[in-house]
Design a protein around this ligand. Sequence first.
Ligand code: UDP
Length: 330
Amino acid sequence: MKVLVTGGAGYIGSHAVKRLLAAGHKVVVLDNLFRGHREAVPQGVPLEEIDLRNTDAVTNTLTHHAIDCVMHFAALAYVGESVQQPLNYYDNNTGGTVGLLTAMRRAGVRRIVFSSTCATYGEPEKMPITEETPQRPINPYGWSKLFVERILLDEAAADAKFSFAALRYFNVAGSAEDGSIGEDHAPETHLIPVLLNAALGKVPKVTIFGQDYPTPDGTCVRDYIHVQDLADAHAIVMDALAPGDRRFYNLGIGRGHSVREVIDAAKKVTGVDFKVETGPRRPGDPPMLYANADKVHRELGWKAKLTDIHHVTETAWRWFKNHPNGYQSP
Ligand code: UDP
């Protein structure tokens, strides 16, 4: 299949590109390179440096490359930033997707796999989170993605042959096992990269955001899914999409790890006893979030394989150690 990967120069998108190429698909990357990295796109893969809101240019790209399916990763994805700049998030994430869907309609492309998020669920009372858990986002980032889910349903209702899958990711972590690509965010706020930056001595200490949560060790619990498992899920879902399909799946490992457990894993994997302190809670952090991902297993046979937090951290460490300055490393 010929697949357009939006955001293919970013962290998750670049792992999807790698997976699609390995499966023999033809890939074109579309990225505005606002936070993506040209270096993350493999040689020989066309990189269209275009913003999704430029509908004419996106339409031309879809037509020119005779695209069969779109995998849509391109988005802004910092919760805190979304609270500070809501319009930017609605413009980029929701408006950008409207631009993309308009271009798809013009070009006659009717299949899309969309990166949604567990942030669309907000702070559910019951764990684990299933696809039936009510979606009540608590920040503009979550809303910007939930609006897209709604728009996809409406587009599918208007066009019987249009098909989509919205994949609700939990905490994506790790790097390609061969160390070729990885996570390179600025600013970097996610737990595992922060821990590895501390191990590298790039940050002086790590702060645990709250240790008085109603969890077994008092720190927050999250479901860390390896980026390669996530990429596998995308390929499987794409292959399964038939005209008229509307699919929603949670992608997680189905259990949680506390911040303290992840810190212990990072210290063990790196062999560095970096400094850890406890600070106040971070606003908006729910105590516990983990997925029930049985639906995608039941329907398509996908299940996370790389579920050992030590292994997940180890793959990330391989990348960080060899690329201390991300894609700008020599
Ligand atoms: N966290 C922390 N210190 C940090 C970064 C993160 O204690 O420097 C915690 C954060 O409060 C959350 C968990 O680690 O409970 C995962 O945070 P991350 O930002 O990686 O992902 P999120 O769950 O917010 O999407």
